[in-house]
Design a binder for this molecule. Structure first.
Ligand SMILES: C[S@@+](CC[C@H](N)C(=O)[O-])C[C@H]1O[C@@H](n2cnc3c(N)ncnc32)[C@H](O)[C@@H]1O
Length: 284
């Protein structure tokens, strides 16, 4: 069986069930139904749970859609992630892109980050979204640089940082590849780097990000930014298999130790839902 990376410490989040191309989830006080292309089997849980969901995302196009909500469903609400190492709070909101501001499967990466970073070590989060990895790194005392193309998403992360009782993250609203290239030119290095490049995206100045065209360069540049003894965590929701990511990193950083597999969520029915491919690369 390929390696499955699974978060195990969530209490405020749960994947209640998955199937028929959808997932039924509980984010704190709100239960949601969202499309999921990999929920290819028939749901195994109680159908009444699905009917009782507070909010259902209905796609209106390839990337956009609308939420149908039950009366009284909050527009914004908090969720807490508490484990032995971490205590983080996120503000959630239903967006027109089906997301609510948190990728819960990433909690397994937050634990890896917390276990492998220390006080004062440098940490870079590229394509950082609402910053779960940045908050985890900051909570264990790292110096964190958080880079995302969208100013509003960075502002949202600032709220999450404050709600989590943290401060001092350096915000960079820039094209991730451009920023990484500049850091390489300056000779800067990081003990930990996390990157979650989307299939396509736009930098703040309209720079086009297309995974299939730029991934190789991104990996080469990021490889040059890792300090000796440091690590890279890369995942992607774009469908590239874990073995291909592993090969690219093995070529970029010969001799590094690489773990690869799928980042999954285990439903309360006991079935695992794959959310994407993951590699963890550690330098000696
Ligand atoms: C899949 S999300 C990352 C989710 C993240 N791993 C998490 O756990 O929260 C991709 C992010 O990349 C950002 N993005 C897209 N194109 C970008 C670019 N060219 N430069 C920097 N960020 C970009 C988007 O704004 C979005 O926040």
């Amino acid at each position: 069986m390929s390696t499955r990376f699974l978060p195990t410490s969530w209490r405020d989040y749960s994947l209640l069930d998955a199937g028929n191309g959808k997932r039924l989830e509980r984010f704190g006080e709100v239960t949601t139904v969202r499309p999921d292309p990999f929920a290819l089997w028939a749901p195994a849980g109680d159908a009444s749970l699905w009917r009782a969901a507070d909010a259902t995302f209905e796609p209106t196009g390839r990337t956009h859609g609308k939420w149908r909500t039950a009366p009284g469903t909050p527009k914004r609400w908090p969720i807490r992630y508490k484990s032995e190492a971490l205590d983080l709070v996120f503000e959630l909101e239903m967006t027109q892109f089906k997301h609510v501001g948190l990728f819960p499967e990433q909690a397994d990466n937050w634990e890896f980050i917390a276990a492998n970073l220390g006080e004062g070590q440098r940490f870079l989060n590229l394509f950082a979204y609402t910053g779960g990895a940045s908050l985890a790194a900051r909570q264990v005392g790292a110096d964190v640089v958080h880079c995302d193309a969208i100013r509003q998403v960075v502002d949202w992360t600032r709220v999450n940082m404050e709600r989590s009782g943290l401060d001092g993250i350096r915000w960079v609203v820039e094209d991730a590849l451009k920023f990484a290239r500049r850091e390489a030119k300056r000779g800067n290095t990081y003990h930990g780097i996390v990157l979650d490049p989307p299939t396509w995206g736009l930098g703040p100045k309209g720079e086009k990000w297309k995974l299939e065209d730029q991934l190789l360069e991104l990996i080469d540049v990021v490889a040059s930014l890792v300090a000796p003894g440091g690590f890279v965590v890369m995942n992607t929701y774009s469908g590239i298999p874990p073995s291909a990511l592993e090969t690219m990193w093995a070529l970029a950083l010969p001799g590094a130790t690489i773990q690869s597999g799928e980042l999954c969520l285990r439903a309360e029915t006991g079935l695992d839902l794959s959310t994407g491919s993951l590699v963890r690369v550690t330098l000696s």
